[in-house]
Write a protein that binds this ligand. Sequence first.
Ligand SMILES: Cc1cc2nc3c(=O)[nH]c(=O)nc-3n(C[C@H](O)[C@H](O)[C@H](O)COP(=O)(O)OP(=O)(O)OC[C@H]3O[C@@H](n4cnc5c(N)ncnc54)[C@H](O)[C@@H]3O)c2cc1C
Length: 446
Amino acid sequence: MIRTTSLDLDDNASLWAATCEPGPASPPLMTERTADVVIVGGGFTGLSTAIAIARRFPDRGVVVLEAKRVGNGASGRNGGMALHWVNGVDATSEERCKRLYAVTTGAIEKMRSTIAEHAPHVRFRQDGCLEVYTDAKRAEEAQQKTEKMAKWGLPVRWLAGEELRKVCDAEGAVGAVLDPTTGQLHGLDYVLALKGLAISLGVTIHEESPVRSIEEGRTHVVRTDGGSVRAPTLVLATNGYTPRLGYLADRVFPLHSHAIATAPLPLERWKELGWGAIAGFTDDLDRIAYATMTADGRLLFGGGGNAAYSYYYGGRTSRPDDGAAAFAFVHDVLKRYFPKAADVPLAQRWTGTLGVTMSRVCSMGVAGEHRNVLYAVGYSGHGVVLANLAGDVLCDLYADHHDPWKDLPFYERRMGWIPPEPARWLGYQVMTRLTGKSPRTYEVDR
Ligand SMILES: Cc1cc2nc3c(=O)[nH]c(=O)nc-3n(C[C@H](O)[C@H](O)[C@H](O)COP(=O)(O)OP(=O)(O)OC[C@H]3O[C@@H](n4cnc5c(N)ncnc54)[C@H](O)[C@@H]3O)c2cc1C
């Protein structure tokens, strides 16, 4: 089967891109070559998978094809919050909570040690993030759950009153869960660190090499404008762009998150404006607002309502307009939470493509007639940790070693069906406008 891709990629205008030197580009693919593994996509998923396979199988040839520069997608445009849990999974039992927390702790720890060993310049602060509750009933439930989790030995803590105001004086915050081992990562710093590490392990990376077609078989043929790679294993590491490659178009939809960042201010000044010494927060709304504080004192803010997220007809992965109204909306949400910061000037605004599933739970597995297509997609806004974890998962699946992951909610998870256009676009508009929420299916603790 031959799948042709329809590319639709814009440039990365994120805060991370503006505050990071990308270094020399890897050369585009200009030959016909073979490899053991060909990976499409140079974000966290693609690079973490390349590294894991190159480490475990040093004799295998691994090639990564990236349409633009590595980190061009969400990995280089995110809020950088390195969080626990799997988005979309409401774990209720002690065993499940501990397992999910342990798996995501392992992934955060691995990122921390990769930085310490290979790239100490990567900007990463690990002083905790808050989940802020703005509704009294939801806050009460969250407090009870947090206290239960604390009894089970998880290091989470409920904050309210003066204790909360000291670290985050967000208007309307009733209480918050502090998860102290989470943090904030400079997305592009880390992508570039992974790129360097992958190359040092013998991985070949071709940038500016958009994949134009994929001929699936026992040996796949992956073609770009300049050449092709023949390989018995294909890895789809294209998250929100995957439907554009002709895969999972009825399972994953690209949702655009609008984000802004302020000019830098000293931390002392931020404390006066309502932000203390923590890396970030998300709120409790369906269309969450998220905020993180960079090492140089910029507040990065995104989401906060319907207008901050867009689905474009036909699953476009670039923004068709200047997004002015959406950015103004996000800025208003920032000002609503931190009114005293209303006059801090903005320095950056950008969008990025999230890969979203109906249940918001990601899926990692093996597909294809010959069971030789690996994929990890649909992190739905939680991919900083999960897309880095994906490297270990996909490496195990490549080695036909499934057992360590079988009990996890994302393992070969069946993603819910999403109708084709025009029903998809219409359904999205109607649902978001009538309810203020995005379409989703709720699944409690599979
Ligand atoms: C604005 C924003 C804020 C976010 N904030 C957070 C956060 O705070 N915390 C969190 O956990 N998650 C967050 N996320 C989500 C997280 O960043 C992603 O889930 C994660 O980066 C996905 O990584 P990935 O490698 O799978 O995909 P991507 O980083 O999207 O990489 C896919 C790559 O594939 C390339 N590509 C596409 N088509 C082709 C082709 N035909 N040929 C070759 N290459 C191709 C793209 O150029 C891209 O580089 C955010 C996302 C956005 C957009």
